[in-house]
Design a protein around this ligand. Sequence first.
Ligand SMILES: [Zn+2]
Ligand SMILES: [Zn+2]
Length: 346
Amino acid sequence: MAHERDPGADLRRIAFLLEAASEPTYRVSAFRRAVATISRLDADELRDRARRGTLHELPRIGDVLERTIAESLRGEEPVYLRRLEATGGRPVAEGADALLAALRGDCHVHSDWSDGGSPIREMAESARDLRREYMVLTDHSPRLTVANGLSPARLRDQLEQVAELNSELAPFRILTGIEVDILPDGSLDQEPELLARLDVVVGSVHSELRMERRLMTRRLVTALADPQLDILGHVTGRMVMGKRRRPPSDFDPEIVFAAAARFDKAVEINSRPERLDPPKRLLRLAVEAGCRFTIDSDAHAPGQLAWLQNGCERAFLCGVGPESILNTGPADELLAWAGGHESDGG
Ligand SMILES: [Zn+2]
Ligand SMILES: [Zn+2]
């Protein structure tokens, strides 16, 4: 049997690392208060409660704390602690900079073909100036009329223009793509044969965000199971600032992230300051589920391409390692990964 660890010491270490990572005070104090709570019990009672699963009956001990204390008493390094140690209490800015430097491309970029403000060429040249090797052009799909979504005919025209630009801008590459609406039934808002021609497909929910939990879960899982979809864009649809402020949509994150991992689809870390999606709690769950990620700007203007820094900070804080971020690899690896989804689908 493994030697038991000191749960109080593990909880204090967690609080320390959360503080070092600039996490909010309420999260840090939850761990410190739990230390106080368990220090009032004698060791036998603590062990007994851990065995019987009754730690959560104690004041201010929730599920996460119960699990963490029980792991510690079993002599295992708590999962929560291990994840924090992975970032080594390193300053956030430094960790985020390292991730940013590792990113070779951006998988979610708009142009003035839909609701972006600049031509494709300007977005591409700006991305190249930021030393990126590629960007995926992901304008909106037909039903998002408010964002001037592209009809099949316009998307076909866009593909021709991208081919021309690519011959001029090489070695920089514009990969073809779309931000396709995930419709309420989980299907994708573009002709399947056209989606199959694109290099990378980002799928996002832009309508009926307040759908009931069970239905939203099914909607997202259906989209993830679609062989055409590669990346799940801004998964909760929340807006954290501005006039359009809204809460995250409701779905079962364990089911959705398990599906993403199962189908080897990426969960997008959306870097727009008003989105910052997924929220950190969900991002940590996605890491635990073994998901892979892309860190995307969702830029609608050239300066917004720099927003990848936001996503890198969050990825670092939540223990997303560079090896699980698809846009740290060269474009050809991204293409091979995305192409694999269609062949898996038969
Ligand atoms: Zn979107
Ligand atoms: Zn977008």
